[in-house]
Design a protein around this ligand. Structure first.
Ligand SMILES: Cc1cc2nc3c(=O)[nH]c(=O)nc-3n(C[C@H](O)[C@H](O)[C@H](O)COP(=O)(O)OP(=O)(O)OC[C@H]3O[C@@H](n4cnc5c(N)ncnc54)[C@H](O)[C@@H]3O)c2cc1C
Length: 499
């Protein structure tokens, strides 16, 4: 939107414009705007959650700049909930203050996304929906466009700058809170064009996704625990105080692992979230989305506990960017969940991802506005970075299920060397046979992206012989100070870089 004030902007999305992780965000957006809060407190909480791997400059940037960027959202009309005439803040795990702004109760992402979509549709922006970005285009090493598939045809878009905001990759796991668009394509696009990917081993599993088949693993926001809900195991016992002093409000990885252990100890498929300490009217008022979704599946959460289990939720790693969203490929920028700005380190603090996307997208716009571009360029000597197609995954749908089995079994909440070795073997030795003929079917390329990404996650997770944040190894259960390092993937090489 900002760039459309000075340049021609094209917005490309592979599904409808409204379908994204953003639209499903529930709890809210963190911002130190409350009277007893400050960016310094927000900074400390973020650094603590990140377990030694945050980029402190990036954290300083979001906690300070985030306040004005959130105010800008308010100016644009995002209907953040109010309380006694002021903004209403809720609490989430590992935040030392009530600093989570929310909208329409637990439908914050939808409210933000719908407001922005309205503005985008009125701005000087050309929107291409159902266009699947297949490859980036470079000229003399500079990113200058993208090729999409639309209705089985290839389309070339040329641009003086390309910003990837392609989201996460939750779909590589069988149980995920992410919608179907979250297949990690943007990471593989960037990697093939020469960008660095980093911190891929750090995957956040949300502790409490609805476990009520055939209902999908719908997210039960952390703020439900923030408002007083407690976790009970199969024996009806409250177990979180045994695992962490902050009990239900411990960091996400701690809660997810505790639930995982309890499920296995009691041989159940889930634990329960007991909301009996929250006023029934308040449940309906604060969590209308969760309330109505559970009710749709026959569960009245005003009187019944919610069966929950962990599900893959967020990728801390991604395309390495600097404080202006620049990747290592000139002309290529990344923001949001696809990017690795260093804000989250080894573990994301709840409700920091909407904020990170907002702040760094704004910084990219500011940075690009200050550049002078020579355009139009000559359309010759373009390089197309088409994916290498992995032969073994030709039977797409069967193999997506097979892939998800591998990731869930070996790359899940608790990992170990033998499992990771098995995963590497299954994911990486499938043969890099280039198919001579293939349909221009986006689903096929999504499966390819997920397969490649899963292979990289397995490699990084095996190399990191310690436990930290969203990466837990039962054979190396402690954090190792020597491992305050990042694992980079670049140009078919893996490097371990000091933090
Ligand atoms: C259920 C749920 C609840 C959450 N709750 C919160 C919360 O309360 N607070 C918080 O801060 N974070 C939350 N998160 C995380 C947060 O929502 C996401 O990290 C963030 O919204 C990601 O935004 P994004 O713009 O990077 O990606 P997205 O919003 O996912 O957008 C990605 C876009 O890229 C498009 N795309 C992807 N690949 C291609 C391709 N190959 N070609 C063309 N287009 C493509 C997609 O179609 C989509 O439009 C939640 C996530 C989920 C799933």
């Amino acid at each position: 939107m900002e760039l459309s004030k000075i340049a021609r902007v094209i917005l490309i999305t592979k599904a409808s414009i409204a379908e994204s992780n953003t639209s499903y965000a529930q709890g809210g957006i963190a911002s130190a705007m409350g009277s007893n809060d400050s960016p310094e407190f927000h900074y400390q909480d973020t650094i603590m959650a990140g377990a030694g791997l945050c980029n402190s400059e990036a954290v300083i940037t979001i906690v300070h700049e985030g306040i004005d960027r959130v105010k800008h959202l308010i100016d644009l009309g995002v209907p953040f909930d109010q309380n006694q005439g002021g903004l209403s803040f809720t609490q989430e795990a590992a935040h030392s203050r009530r600093r989570i702004l929310h909208a329409e109760g637990d439908a914050t992402g939808r409210a933000i996304s719908q407001t922005l979509i309205r503005h985008v549709q009125q701005a000087n922006i050309v929107i291409y929906e159902q266009h699947f970005a297949l490859t980036l285009v470079t000229k003399n090493g500079q990113c200058c466009g993208v090729v999409t598939i639309h209705n089985q045809r290839l389309n070339l878009f040329l641009a003086s700058a390309v910003i990837l905001c392609s989201g996460g990759a939750g779909q590589i796991y069988d149980k995920t809170t992410n919608p179907q668009v979250a297949t990690g394509d943007g990471l593989i696009l960037a990697y093939q064009a020469g960008a660095v990917l980093k911190d891929l081993e750090f995957i956040q599993f949300h502790p409490t996704a609805l476990c009520l088949p055939p209902a999908p693993p719908f997210l039960i926001s952390e703020s439900v625990r923030g408002e007083g809900a407690i976790l009970l195991n199969g024996a009806g016992e409250r177990f979180m105080p045994r695992y962490h002093e902050l009990a239900e409000l411990a960091p996400r990885d701690v809660v997810a692992r505790a639930i995982f252990q309890e499920i296995h100890t009691h041989d159940n498929s889930n634990v329960f979230l007991d909301l009996s300490k929250i006023e029934p009217n308040s449940i309906q008022l604060h969590f209308p989305n969760i309330f109505s979704t559970c009710l749709k599946y026959g569960l009245d959460i005003r009187s019944q506990p919610i069966p929950v289990a962990p599900a893959a939720h967020y990728m801390m790693g991604g395309i390495m960017t600097d404080l202006y969203g620049r990747t290592s490929v000139p002309g290529l920028y990344a923001a949001g969940e696809a990017a690795s700005t260093g804000v989250h380190g080894a573990n994301r603090l709840a409700s920091n991802s909407l904020l990170e996307g907002l702040v760094f997208a704004g910084r990219i716009a500011d940075h690009l506005k200050a550049q002078s571009y020579c355009w139009p360029m000559e359309v010759n000597n373009l390089t197309f970075h088409y994916p290498i197609l992995l032969g073994a995954y030709e039977q797409w749908s069967d193999n997506l299920i097979a892939l998800q089995r591998v990731t869930s079994r070996y790359l899940g909440i608790i990992r170990d060397d033998s499992g990771l070795q098995a995963a590497e073997q299954l994911l990486l030795t499938s043969g890099h046979t280039v198919k001579s003929e293939f349909e221009l079917n986006p689903y096929y390329f999504e499966c390819q992206s997920m397969l490649r990404l899963a292979g990289m996650i397995a490699q990084a997770a095996r190399i990191r012989q310690e436990s930290r944040g969203g990466h837990y190894r039962s054979d190396f259960p402690d954090s190792d100070p020597n491992w305050r390092k990042h694992i980079h993937f670049h140009d078919n090489k893996i490097e371990v870089i000091g933090a």
